[in-house]
Design a protein around this ligand. Structure first.
Ligand SMILES: Cc1ncc(COP(=O)(O)O)c(C=O)c1O
Length: 444
C-alpha cells in the first residue's frame, strides 16, 4: 500500500459517520456565566468546532485524492440512476451502495407517476398541509401505509430523518426517558436532544439488557419510550421484537420502531418486521418509516392509532405543522412504488433470496459477516480502516461499487464494506462481487 493511499485511508477514518457516535471536537472556548469573561465567537461560525474539524478533514480532499491519481469518493456524482448498477463518468459498475431494495426508484411506472403528479399538482404544494397544502395523494398513500401496519392512520412527511427527530421531540420532554437500542439511527438521538429528555441505551438487540436498564431507571421518569429499528442498516440484523416488546410493556413503556430498512424488505410480502413476526398493529405504538428506501422516493411516515396520528398531523412541529407538505412527485412515486410492490411480490422474494445468496457466498469465501442474518444488508468486516478504504477503491477498479464504513460510524475494530442487495441483482453479479472481494482482500 503506498503512503499516499495510507494517508487517504487515515483521513477517511475521521468522518464518514451518519450514526449517533460522532465525537464532537473539544470546544476551542468555554462558555462562562461571567459576562465580562465571555469569549468572543466569530459571527460567521468560522471557529465552530464542527466547522473547524470538517474543514480540517474534508477541506482539501479533492487535492489529496487528485495528487494520488484518485477521485474523491465523497459527494462523487453518478451519471444516472442508483440501482443494481450505477455509472460514474460513463463507466458502469455493479452496485451495492444503493438502498433501492426493490429496484423501484428506477422503475418506469414510478418515474411516470412522479411526472404525472407534477403535471397535475406542480412541483410543490406551496403551503403547509393544515392550511392550504393538502392534496389527495397524501391520504392515498397514508391509507395504504396504515393498512400495511394494521393501524388506524398514518401521516407522510418530507424527510425520514426529521420525522424521527420531530416525533420524538413532540412526544417526550423533560422528566421523560428514551430507552434506545445502542445502534439506533442518529435521527432518533437528535429527537431525544430536541425533546430534552433523558436518553439511555441498552445493549443491541438484548432483551435482558433492556430489562436491566428499565429495572434501574423506569421508576424515576414519567413517560418512557423504547426505540428500536426493524432492520439495522450497518449490521443487517433484525431485533428479537416479541421479546423486546414483552420487556417494554412489562415496564409500562411506549414503543416506537424505525422501519426505514425493514419496509419492503422483511416479511413474506415486504410489509416489514410486523409481518415477519406476525404481530398485530398495536403491538407497538409508533411505526415510523421512510419513503426513501424500498419505496424509491424521499420522505417519511408515522403510523399508529387515530388520536396519535391526529396529534402528529395537527400539533407536531416539523411532522406536518409548520412544514411544507411533501413534494407531490415524491408522494406519487412512493404510492406507485407501493402498488408495484403489492402487485409484484416476486420483487420481495428476489431481494430476500439475493440477500441470502450474498450472505451464503460471503461465508463460503471465508468472510466475517458480523451479526448479519442473511437479509439484504450484508456487512463484510475487515476490521481496519485502511483495509476498508483500500478494498472499496480496489473493488471499484474491478467494476464493483460498495461502501467502506469506518469508525466512528461503527466501533473501532469493526470497519467493514457494507453491501445493500436489491431485487435486480443477478446471482452472477453477487458471485462475481464476492470472488473479486476475496482476491482484493487477500492482496491488501
Ligand atoms: C434507520 C434510519 N432511520 C431514518 C433514516 C432517515 O431517513 P431519510 O434518509 O429518508 O431521511 C435513515 C437514513 O438512512 C435510516 O437508516
Amino acid at each position: 500500500m503506498s503512503s499516499d493511499a495510507r494517508d487517504i485511508a487515515r483521513r477517511l477514518l475521521a468522518g464518514t459517520d451518519s450514526g449517533p457516535g460522532v465525537p464532537t471536537p473539544a470546544p476551542t472556548t468555554s462558555a462562562s456565566p461571567n459576562r465580562r469573561t465571555r469569549p468572543r465567537h466569530d459571527p460567521t461560525f468560522a471557529d465552530h468546532p464542527d466547522v473547524v474539524a470538517t474543514k480540517r478533514i474534508y477541506g482539501s480532499l479533492d487535492e489529496v485524492f487528485g495528487a494520488a491519481g484518485l477521485t474523491n469518493p465523497f459527494f462523487h456524482p453518478h451519471d444516472g440512476t442508483n440501482g443494481a448498477t450505477v455509472s460514474y463518468s460513463g463507466r458502469e459498475l455493479i452496485n451495492f451502495g444503493s438502498f433501492s431494495y426493490l429496484g423501484l426508484a428506477e422503475d418506469p411506472r414510478v418515474r411516470e407517476a412522479a411526472k404525472d403528479a407534477i403535471d397535475v399538482y406542480g412541483t410543490s404544494v406551496s403551503a403547509s398541509r393544515i392550511v392550504s397544502g393538502q392534496i389527495p395523494l397524501y391520504s392515498d398513500l397514508e391509507r395504504r401505509l396504515a393498512d400495511a401496519y394494521a393501524v388506524d392512520d398514518a401521516v407522510v412527511t418530507t424527510s425520514g430523518y426529521s420525522t424521527n427527530t420531530a416525533a420524538v421531540g413532540y412526544l417526550l420532554g423533560a422528566g421523560d426517558l428514551a430507552v434506545c437500542d445502542s445502534l439506533v439511527h442518529s435521527s432518533i438521538v437528535s429527537g431525544t436532544r430536541w425533546a430534552g429528555c433523558k436518553r439511555i441505551s441498552f445493549r443491541h438487540n438484548d432483551p435482558d439488557s433492556l430489562d436491566a436498564v428499565l429495572r434501574m431507571s423506569r421508576g424515576s421518569f414519567e413517560r418512557a419510550l423504547v426505540v428500536l429499528e426493524g432492520h439495522y442498516s450497518m449490521d443487517g440484523d433484525v431485533p428479537p421484537l416479541p421479546e423486546l416488546i414483552e420487556v417494554a410493556r412489562r415496564h409500562d413503556c411506549s414503543i416506537m420502531i424505525d422501519e426505514a430498512h425493514s419496509f419492503g424488505v422483511l416479511g413474506r410480502t415486504g410489509l416489514g418486521v410486523r409481518e415477519l413476526f406476525d404481530l398485530p398493529g398495536d403491538a407497538v405504538d409508533i411505526w415510523m418509516g421512510t419513503l426513501s428506501k424500498a419505496l424509491g422516493s424521499c420522505g417519511g411516515f408515522l403510523a399508529g392509532n387515530a388520536d396519535l396520528v391526529r396529534g402528529f398531523k395537527y400539533s407536531a412541529p416539523g411532522v406536518s405543522l409548520y412544514a411544507t407538505g411533501p413534494a407531490p412527485s415524491a408522494v406519487a412515486a412512493a404510492r406507485a412504488a407501493f402498488d408495484v410492490m403489492r402487485a409484484e411480490p416476486e420483487r420481495v422474494e428476489r431481494v430476500q433470496a439475493n440477500g441470502a445468496l450474498l450472505h451464503r457466498t460471503a461465508l463460503e469465501h471465508g468472510f466475517d459477516v458480523g451479526m448479519s442474518q442473511g437479509t439484504p444488508i450484508v456487512p463484510i468486516l475487515v476490521r481496519d480502516t485502511d483495509r476498508a478504504a483500500l478494498a472499496s477503491t480496489a473493488m471499484m477498479e474491478r467494476g464493483v461499487n460498495t461502501t467502506a464504513i469506518t469508525h466512528p460510524s461503527v466501533p473501532a475494530g469493526e470497519e467493514r464494506l457494507r453491501f445493500f442487495v436489491s431485487s435486480d441483482h443477478t446471482p452472477d453479479q453477487i458471485e462475481y462481487a464476492m470472488a473479486t472481494l476475496r482476491e482484493v482482500v487477500d492482496s491488501l
